[in-house]
Design a binder for this molecule. Structure first.
Ligand SMILES: [Zn+2]
Length: 500
C-alpha cells in the first residue's frame, strides 16, 4: 500500500503549525469599522450557523458590528439609524476568496490600480481575500484596508512564490540554505504565509517545512508529485489545486507515474493516465487528507473550465469579466486558449478523457467533504478569463456541481475560511458580535447557489454600499485594468502556462 508507506514516511517530517492559532494573534482587525447605526430590514437572513433561514428578519449594526439578528418585530430602530429596506431579499455573510491575485501584481497594470481592483471584489460581495503570490504592494494594501484609507476586503497576504526556477515575484530556492533564508526573509517582511509553487525538490521542500515550523509561519500552495499529497498533508501544508492527487490515485498497474498536475497538463501524452485512475484510491486518499486536518482549496472552477469542460470564445467574451482584462494579457490568453483547444490535441485529450478529468476532480471534492475534510473556496483569479469576485461565485457553483449542497458550498466561502484564518470570532456567520460584512441578494442561496451573484447591496464593516455604488466600483475597476472599447494590443504577453 503506497499510501500507508507514505504516511509512515510523513511521520518523519516536523509537523507544520496550523494557520489559525498563529494568525489569530495578529488578527486584531484587518478592516476598518464604520461608526453609527445601520438597520437592514425586510429580509430573510442566511446566518450560516446552520442550514436554515430566518424569515421576516432584521439586522442591527452598531459601529461596524452586528448587535441584533432576529424577527423584525423584536427590533426597535434607533433614532438616526440608516435603514435599508432589503426588499424581501436574502442577507448572507460576506464571502471569502482564499486564492486570488491582482492584475497589478505584474507589469501590465500599474500598482496604483490595486485599490480599484479591491473595489471590484467588494462589489461582488467578497469581503475577505487571501493573495497567493505576495508583493510589497499587497502588504501596503493590507495596511490601507486595515486603516480604512482603501475600501477593500480584509487581506491576508502569502509570500512571493518559493519556486525552483526563476519566475515573476519569485524567490528561487534550490538548496537547504536558500530555502531557510527564504522562509526567514518572508517572515521578516511581514507575509502571512509561505507560498510554494513549482519545481521544488523534496529535500528543499523539507527544509522549507522545517524552517517554517521554527519561524512559526504556515506553508501553503502547490504540491510536487515527488513530495506527494500525503506527505504534504501530514506536514500540515495547506493544499491548493488538488495538485498531485491524480498521481496518487493511479492504479498500481498503471504503466505511467505521471499525470496532469501543474504544467504536466499541457503535455498531451500525460492525458491517457486518466484511464488508470483507481476510484478506491480516490476515496482512500480523500479520507487520509481529511483526517490530517489540513484545509484544501481545490480551485475547482478554473481548472475544470480551463482544461476539462472548456468554454467557447463566445461564452468567454460575453461575460462582464472580459472587459477588465488588460489587452496584452487577454491576447496572450486567447492564443493559449486556441493552442490548448486545437483539434489536433483531441486524440490524446479526447472528450471522454476531459470529462473524466472533471469527474475525478469532482469525486475528490465530494469525498473530501463527505470524509469531514475542510474545503476552502478559491477562484485563482484573475486567471484564464475569470476575474476576481465573478470567479468566486463560479467556484461556489463548481462546488455544487461536485456534489456539495448549496449550504456546504457556502460554508467553503464563509465559515471555513474564517476558521482557517483564526478569525471565526470576527466573521464568517451573521451573529451578534461579528463584523457587519454582509451581502444582500435577490434569492435564497441555499436553494440555488447561483443566487449568491444576484447582489443588491453589500455592507463592509458596517458601511452600506447600494447597487449603484457597486456598479460604479466595477466600472472603475474596468477602467483601471481593461481596454476602452476592448481592442487588443499588438504583440501580447504570454501568460505563464503553469497552472496557476
Ligand atoms: Zn494562483
Amino acid at each position: 500500500m503506497r499510501v500507508r508507506l507514505l504516511a509512515l514516511l510523513a511521520g518523519l517530517v516536523v509537523s507544520q503549525p496550523q494557520a489559525a492559532p498563529l494568525l489569530a494573534q495578529q488578527l486584531a482587525a484587518r478592516g476598518a469599522l464604520t461608526s453609527g447605526d445601520l438597520v437592514i430590514r425586510n429580509v430573510s437572513v442566511v446566518p450560516m450557523v446552520s442550514d436554515t433561514v430566518i424569515r421576516d428578519a432584521a439586522v442591527h449594526v452598531r459601529d461596524g458590528r452586528i448587535t441584533f439578528v432576529g424577527p423584525a418585530r423584536d427590533l426597535r430602530v434607533p433614532q438616526g439609524a440608516r435603514v435599508v429596506d432589503g426588499g424581501g431579499g436574502y442577507l448572507m455573510p460576506g464571502l471569502a476568496d482564499m486564492h486570488t491575485h491582482l492584475f497589478s501584481d505584474g507589469d501590465e497594470v500599474p500598482d496604483s490600480a490595486g485599490a480599484a481592483e479591491l473595489g471590484v471584489m467588494v462589489a461582488n460581495g467578497v469581503t475577505a481575500v487571501r493573495f497567493m503570490i505576495g508583493t510589497p504592494k499587497q502588504l501596503a494594501l493590507r495596511e490601507a484596508v486595515r486603516s480604512g484609507t482603501v475600501t477593500g476586503p480584509q487581506l491576508w497576504v502569502a509570500s512571493p512564490q518559493l519556486t525552483g526556477r526563476a519566475s515573476e515575484n519569485a524567490i528561487v530556492t534550490t538548496t537547504d540554505a536558500e530555502a531557510r533564508e527564504a522562509v526567514r526573509r518572508v517572515k521578516r517582511e511581514g507575509y502571512d504565509f509561505v507560498k510554494l509553487t513549482l519545481f521544488l525538490t523534496p529535500p528543499v521542500w523539507e527544509s522549507i517545512i522545517h524552517e517554517a515550523a521554527q519561524q512559526r509561519i504556515p506553508v501553503v500552495g502547490h504540491v510536487e508529485p515527488d513530495v506527494g499529497v500525503i506527505r504534504a498533508a501530514a506536514a500540515g501544508q495547506q493544499l491548493e489545486h488538488l495538485d498531485s492527487f491524480l498521481e496518487a490515485a493511479l492504479a498500481d498497474s498503471a504503466p505511467m507515474k505521471t499525470s496532469l498536475t501543474q504544467g504536466r497538463i499541457f503535455t498531451m501524452r500525460n492525458w491517457p493516465s486518466l484511464d488508470y485512475i483507481d476510484a478506491r484510491k480516490v476515496d482512500q486518499l480523500a479520507g487520509a487528507v481529511a483526517r490530517s486536518g489540513v484545509y484544501i482549496g481545490p480551485t475547482q472552477n478554473v481548472f475544470n473550465t480551463a482544461f476539462g469542460s472548456g468554454e467557447s470564445l463566445d461564452t468567454i467574451q460575453a461575460r462582464q469579466d472580459f472587459r477588465h482584462w488588460p489587452p496584452r494579457l487577454r491576447e496572450g490568453y486567447l492564443r493559449a486558449h486556441a493552442r490548448y483547444w486545437a483539434a489536433a490535441n483531441d486524440s490524446l485529450k479526447s472528450p471522454k478523457r476531459r470529462a473524466k478529468y472533471v469527474a475525478v476532480r469532482n469525486q475528490f471534492v465530494k469525498a473530501l467533504q463527505d470524509s469531514g475534510g475542510k474545503l476552502i473556496a478559491g477562484s485563482d483569479t484573475p486567471e484564464w478569463f475569470h476575474l476576481y469576485g465573478f470567479g468566486l461565485h463560479r467556484e461556489l457553483g463548481a462546488m455544487v456541481r461536485a456534489g456539495l449542497t448549496p449550504y456546504q458550498a457556502l460554508v467553503t466561502a464563509t465559515r471555513n475560511p474564517a476558521d482557517y484564518l483564526g478569525a471565526s470570532a470576527h466573521w464568517g456567520t451573521i451573529e451578534p458580535g461579528k463584523r457587519a460584512d454582509l451581502v444582500l441578494v435577490n434569492g435564497n442561496p441555499l436553494e440555488d447557489i447561483a443566487n449568491t451573484a444576484r447582489i443588491r447591496g453589500v455592507a463592509i464593516g458596517g458601511r452600506w454600499l447600494d447597487r449603484a455604488t457597486l456598479d460604479e466600483m466595477i466600472a472603475r475597476g474596468a477602467r483601471a485594468t481593461g481596454a476602452p472599447g476592448g481592442a487588443g494590443g499588438a504583440g501580447g504577453a504570454s501568460p505563464a502556462l503553469s497552472p496557476f
